[in-house]
Design a protein around this ligand. Sequence first.
Ligand SMILES: Cc1cc2nc3c(=O)[nH]c(=O)nc-3n(C[C@H](O)[C@H](O)[C@H](O)COP(=O)(O)O)c2cc1C
Length: 177
Amino acid sequence: MNIKEIIEKRQSNREYKPDTVEKEKIMQCIEAAHLAPSACNAQAWKFVVVDEPALIKKMAEAANSMGMNKFVAQAPVIIAVVLESANVASAIGSRIKRKDYTQIDLGIAVENICLQATDLGLGSCIVGWFNEREIRKILQIPSVKRVPLLVTLGYTENEQRVKSRKKIESIYSFNKY
Ligand SMILES: Cc1cc2nc3c(=O)[nH]c(=O)nc-3n(C[C@H](O)[C@H](O)[C@H](O)COP(=O)(O)O)c2cc1C
């Protein structure tokens, strides 16, 4: 697939087959995150890959509330994305410019994971709705650290959906707002 095809093919997959995901493919997804850009090259992230069924079960319980995210229990792999400390340059930049570059960086790295997963024939879904405290406890992540996102990975039989998006004319303009 070329980049356009991968971008089009990536979608949030909320059904997974129980098949094991090869470690090599998981590592290719981590390598894609590793190569992501970040403000001042801070790379303020750590990816905790979870493939132990007992942990997945607990994480799925922490993600399932108000009717959201029941599907997480089916995922054979969940990557917990942990926000680490930024380097000095990024932290100062964030303060001066009043924007948290590290959150932006994490989003880019996570999309790299999802695009790489797509190219490897894996389904994925970014998950932002979960009990973060519980996730920290389950994965022994220090309580001072934030866990902004989880990413589910696995083989899926989900059909390709037509993407539901705003009209393209409404999201861009040239030369003025
Ligand atoms: C930051 C972020 C958080 C998300 N959290 C969830 C979530 O908790 N549960 C879920 O099912 N999907 C979640 N999604 C997936 C979005 O619902 C999905 O990307 C969007 O509806 C567009 O659909 P598509 O990914 O299939 O193109 C999240 C996506 C992002 C980028």
